[in-house]
Design a protein around this ligand. Structure first.
Ligand code: 2P0
Length: 326
């Protein structure tokens, strides 16, 4: 049998952040996270079964991927082969249609697209829950990119390998925008995985983070449900500031901010406090600042951020759909 399938998945940005694992072997998050899937940030992955191959081959953006990246892909393919009872190796070609700058995670869209395309190429029926479980084992934020709109990945209890993300609201629920203020073009220094491990092992605030996160995620869910941007936005800012405070207080300290990040955060505060625009910030494991606002305010917000010292450029994203499979 020669199977071939193509999947498109999109990156997502967490409003309620995942940071810390309850189980490193199964890659289970210690806290619930809630994200928005981003329409323009697409990864397309083509999986082709090739009986002549003696091992899986992974190409990323047209070039042979590193051994480390290839190994993570091979682990997922091996799990799918076991389920499909087909031990043919595969050629995987993945292409990102957005910049792979630090903190604009392409691993989420990449593993979501891979899980979906590979299941289909091996003849398994479409099952987004199973694809989300596979994606979560590879990279927990990828579990959320299986679905469109607004998505939750609950915290996982140690040993529970059935954990998957699920959609809260579709992409048409609310016409919000996320403006990414790009601060550096390079890759980040400390990976999310390493950063959250250091936080869990050494930060004096880790237990408080795990204890408080469900409450913050609950407010974010409620703000989404009521389409209340102030409720959603203040809780979104609480989640990212708590995550970064936790990381900063670890040993050695983990600091993702650059001077431009602080300037962009000031711009967001000024737009809100001085100009009365409903706009709220978040940051991930990188220096970029992401601003959440209504569609009607997005040009003004993007312009103000683009003019901020230290901001290289801006990217505007609207809520996007879940995985598309051919
Ligand atoms: C998030 N991040 O919720 C958080 C906020 C970064 C900051 O999920 O170890 O690459 O592969 O499960 O999914 C990035 O972490 O980590 C992430 P692993 P992942 O989006």
């Amino acid at each position: 049998m020669t199977g071939k399938a193509t999947a498109v998945a999109r990156a997502n940005i967490a409003l309620a952040k995942y940071w810390g694992k309850s189980d490193e072997t199964l890659n289970l998050p210690a806290v619930p996270s809630v994200s928005m899937t981003l329409a323009p940030m697409r990864t397309e992955t083509v999986v082709t079964l090739e009986p002549k191959l003696e091992h899986d081959v992974f190409e990323l953006d047209g070039a042979r991927a590193s051994d480390k990246e290839s190994a993570r892909v091979a682990v997922m393919l091996a799990e799918i082969r076991d389920e499909a009872r087909d031990h043919t190796h595969a050629h995987v070609a993945s292409r990102n249609f957005f910049p792979t700058a630090g903190g604009l995670a392409s691993s989420a869209s990449g593993f979501a697209a891979l899980a979906s395309a590979a299941r289909s190429a091996y003849g398994l029926p479409r099952d987004d829950r199973r694809a989300s479980i596979l994606a979560r084992r590879a990279s927990a934020s990828a579990a959320r990119s299986i679905f469109g709109g607004w998505v939750e990945l609950p915290a996982g209890a140690r040993g529970d390998d059935s954990l998957a993300a699920y959609p809260l609201f579709g992409e048409d629920h609310w016409d919000l925008r996320l403006v990414v203020a790009v601060i550096t073009e390079g890759r980040k220094d400390v990976s999310s995985r390493d950063g959250m491990g250091i936080s869990r092992r050494t930060s004096p605030y880790y237990d408080a983070w795990v204890e408080q996160s469900p409450r913050i995620a609950g407010t974010i869910r409620e703000g989404l449900s009521k389409r209340d941007l102030a409720m959603l936005g203040h809780a979104t800012e609480q989640s990212f500031t708590a995550m970064h405070a936790l990381a900063f207080a670890s040993s050695p300290f983990t600091l993702y901010f650059q001077p431009g990040s602080l300037a962009a955060l000031s711009t967001v505060r000024r737009l809100r406090d001085v100009q009365g625009i409903s706009v709220f910030a978040t940051m991930d494991a990188g220096p970029h600042v992401k601003a959440l606002c209504h569609a009607g305010d997005v040009e003004h917000v993007a312009e103000a951020l683009a003019q901020t010292t230290g901001v290289l450029r801006t990217i505007v994203a609207d809520p996007g759909p879940g995985v598309e499979l051919e």
